[in-house]
Design a protein around this ligand. Structure first.
Ligand SMILES: [Zn+2]
Length: 271
């Protein structure tokens, strides 16, 4: 099963750039199907209200339940004090399976990391070419898995790529995705140094073509077992730890979910 771990959907309300204006899912899904991509992790564009934006993402996921899985996007500072509620709601009501934060808005705070720990969710954190922040949260939360998109830089900052490769080698709980990386040898180096189990295929659709991004992975010429990890095995392993089904909507503290046991029944990715 091929899983794209990084795609946006819904509409942003800022309208100063594509990534805060519109991320139409249908053209993406047509391209993804043609490329052989089975499932896709989706989250919102930049937005001024992530409770609302996540709701819209959920309505899109509901239209394509066999192909889309949601992550809850949040702004760590603006949503401070309600992060757990926001994420738990998305998990229980819409079966979201992860958290997305963007360093341009606010890097993950302790509240975000503790929510991820309690719900056993991966955090996809765009570090915006400032990978040094990974050195703060990754050692503090060894039991939380972090995925750094674009090998650290959407715009191809090779120094960030170098640093993130080093981080996925050193930190057992840090992973990277391949979306938008155009300095190809950094992808090669990431596989060689960190191993296929630390790299995830992502497209950053709908703005980048998922078929083009997928072909980058094919061109690595990996052994079938390693290619399968990059193309879906790794993200499936990371999201199957989620505890959503056992969390009651009335739960109001981190600790209430701690003793809950995971069941993957009903989650198509948890197979
Ligand atoms: Zn993105």
């Amino acid at each position: 099963m091929i899983v794209d771990c990084h795609c946006h959907t819904g509409q942003g309300d800022l309208m100063t750039a594509p990534w805060n204006t519109d991320a139409p899912i249908e053209p993406y899904l047509r391209r993804a199907r043609a490329a052989g991509i089975d499932k896709t992790i989706v989250f919102s564009t930049f937005h001024t209200n992530y409770a609302e934006a996540n709701r819209r993402v959920a309505s899109i996921v509901a239209r394509y339940p066999d192909r889309l899985v949601g992550f809850a996007m949040l702004h760590a500072r603006r949503d401070a004090g309600r992060v757990f509620q926001l994420v738990k709601h998305a998990m229980v009501k819409w079966r979201f399976r992860g958290i997305k934060v963007h360093g341009f808005e606010s890097p993950p705070t302790r509240e975000v990391c503790e929510t991820a720990r309690a719900l056993r969710l991966p955090v996809l954190v765009d570090v915006g070419a400032k990978p040094h922040i990974v050195e703060m949260f990754a050692p503090q939360y060894r039991d939380v898995n972090f995925i750094v998109p674009h090998l650290g830089s959407f715009i191809g900052d090779w120094k960030a790529h170098q640093q993130v490769i080093d981080q996925i080698v050193r930190h057992p709980n840090v992973y990277a995705d391949t979306s938008s990386v155009r300095h190809y040898d950094y992808i090669v180096q990431a596989i060689k140094r960190a191993g296929a189990q630390k790299l995830l295929f992502g497209s950053d659709g709908p703005w980048l073509h998922p078929g083009v991004e997928l072909h980058k992975i094919r061109l690595l010429g990996l052994r079938p077992r390693d290619e399968a990890l990059v193309l879906g095995g790794n993200i499936r392993r990371l999201i199957r730890r989620a505890r959503a089904r056992s969390i009651q909507p009335s739960a109001s503290s981190y600790s209430e979910s701690r003793e809950a046991s995971h069941t993957s029944k009903g989650c198509e990715l948890c197979v």
